[in-house]
Design a protein around this ligand. Structure first.
Ligand code: J2J
Length: 523
């Protein structure tokens, strides 16, 4: 089975509670175009698109993709940067009922090749060149029937040709309970896991998020993080802003010198950042001549925002600071805009939904005493019941009664707020970018000079964590050579270890596995 459905009794409950409204993305955009036609939906890449324009463009592209042979249920790897056409492509695929697979701009041949093969994708959609990288060269090595280029197509097909298509007669389209897309997991396993999200569950998550953040037609969201990531996509992100009829401004990257002028010129009211960027912004805000006074909410999430960092950032920006602790698998927690500083500075928020179930347990799955730290398990109206095509992994990543094992160590305050205390999963959180240690280790082990490899997090003042690879070599090799090797294998840049340490042996646990705890203590 590709997808683990919500059990019928839960689905019925989520519908009865009004969380799942029987909407699809395609229908939502149609309604938005009717309600807000000429309001600006998207700003970016030198363009401004109204809701009506987005709706019409999605229809045309859906027609072009359909004529090309893209069918309901087909997977399409979408590898686009922050630009309006990202959403045009999304909605075109949503309308067909084909599933976007959301790659991050930093992904390279290793990840994209895997997504194409694992999902048996019918197409790869990418820019021509972007930020100095030629996606057509990457495409040349892919096993995928169609390469579609949003830009100069080179030897491939230009999206512009598909856009010229006349709209098709109305088709039934997907059902609200159908999977809408495959989102990417931060991961802790040898290969990335894919997350099937339905129209019903995802639309609920961003509508409810928009409400928590008080979004309205006058809201202007700045998408500073990569649009394909779950945070700027749905917490409340661009989709949540659309649901409220607001405007989203797409920044090419989160640097202050790019984003501050956009905040001023577009009168941005809300944006979301990872902690290192928030600190960078706080430093830059002290020197800027740009007017940032339109900002009402500054969200920070994706990695632990320490109290000291939160105080520093909160002291600079004259707006509400909101902590966001979310995951592409589902559960998202927010501090609320009217929460007092002791909550926004020291907790990672509380769940979106009254029906988000939270369990905090010990290593044996027994509940820990109230307020004590433990493993966070969760189940609810927008948390998946299983990864895509991953029966074996699902048996360990979910409890038998359907709770997702987040891999996070949290405690719950008496008021019901979560505080992230650590992590049990074998992952490095490099300033919000997630790296599965096993994935990098596998690539390192493919080098002939590497006998053993173990990748761990080391503390870092700026990023929170960086990666260090501990290597047992069987022949002479340097860190620089291993770095070059990983790049040649097409691994995304953020996964390349920051440091290498060479040793005769790696410390072992009592059962003979590599002891990462001991490695982390090595200097
Ligand atoms: C500590 N750890 C955090 C936080 C995420 C909104 C916001 C973030 C994500 C996201 C998201 C954290 N403090 N505030 O999808 O919709 C770590 C946890 C978590 C993992 C999920 C959203 N916020 N984390 O970061 O799928 O370890 O989603 O399990 O990329 O990031 O990563 P990801």
């Amino acid at each position: 089975m590709d997808v683990v459905p919500y059990p019928p009794e839960f689905a019925a409950r989520y519908r009865a509670a009004g969380y799942w409204r029987g909407e699809t993305f395609g229908g939502m955009l149609r309604d938005l175009a009717a309600a807000h036609g000429e309001r600006t939906a998207l700003v970016g890449d030198g363009e401004r698109w109204s809701y009506r324009r987005l709706d019409e463009r999605a229809d045309r592209l859906a027609a072009g993709l359909t004529r090309l042979g893209v069918r309901p249920g087909d997977r399409v790897v979408v590898h686009l940067p922050n630009r309006p056409s990202f959403y045009e492509v999304c909605f075109a695929l949503f309308r067909i009922g084909a599933l976007p697979v959301f790659a991050l701009p930093a992904h390279r041949a290793a990840e994209i090749g895997y997504f194409c093969e694992f999902t048996e994708a019918v197409a790869y959609i990418a820019p021509g060149t972007h930020a100095g990288f030629d996606h057509r060269e990457l495409a040349a090595g892919l096993k995928v029937p169609n390469v579609l280029v949003d830009g100069d197509p080179g030897p491939y097909l230009a999206l512009d040709e598909l856009r010229a298509a006349d709209p098709l007669p109305p088709a039934p389209g997907p059902e609200p309970a159908d999977v809408a897309f495959l989102q990417l997991s931060g991961g802790s396993t040898g290969v990335p896991k894919l997350i099937p999200r339905t129209h019903d569950d995802y639309i609920y998550s961003f509508r409810a998020s928009a409400e928590i953040c008080g979004l309205s037609e006058r809201s202007v969201y700045l998408c500073a993080l990569p649009a394909a990531h779950n945070f700027p996509m749905s917490s409340p992100g661009v989709f949540g802003t659309m649901a409220a009829g607001g405007t989203s401004v797409l920044a090419p990257n989160p640097a202050p010198d790019v984003c501050f002028p956009l905040i001023e010129s577009e009168r941005v009211t809300i944006t979301g950042l990872v902690p290192p960027m928030a600190l960078l912004w706080a430093d830059a805000a002290g020197r800027t001549r740009h007017d940032l006074s339109s900002l009402e909410i500054l969200q920070v999430g994706g990695a632990k925002f320490t109290e000291e960092a939160a105080r520093r950032v909160g002291g600079v920006f004259d707006c509400v600071l909101q902590q966001v602790f979310g995951m592409a698998e589902g559960l998202v927690n927010y501090t609320r805009p009217d929460d007092p500083p002791e909550i926004t500075l020291t907790t990672q928020g509380r769940p979106i939904s009254p029906d988000d179930e939270i369990r905090v347990v010990d290593d044996q799955d027994a509940p820990v005493p109230d307020g004590e730290p433990g493993h966070l398990l969760t189940r609810g109206p927008y948390t998946i019941r299983g990864y895509y095509r991953a029966a074996e992994h699902n048996a360990v990543a979910f409890t038998t009664d359907g709770f997702y094992r987040t891999g996070d160590i949290v405690r719950v305050t008496p008021a019901g707020y979560l505080v992230v205390e650590g992590r049990a999963k074998d992952q490095i959180n490099r300033g919000g970018e997630k790296i599965a240690a096993a994935e990098v280790e596998n690539h390192l082990l493919a080098h002939p000079a590497v006998h053993d490899a173990s990748v761990v997090a080391v503390p870092d003042d700026y990023l929170g964590e960086r990666t260090r690879a501990h290597i047992v070599a069987r022949a002479a090799v340097t860190g620089a050579e291993l770095r070059a090797f990983l790049r040649e294998r097409g691994l995304a840049g953020y996964k390349i270890p920051d440091q290498f340490a060479f040793a005769e042996t790696l410390p072992a646990t009592a059962v003979g596995k590599v002891s990462k705890r001991h490695l982390r203590e090595r200097t």
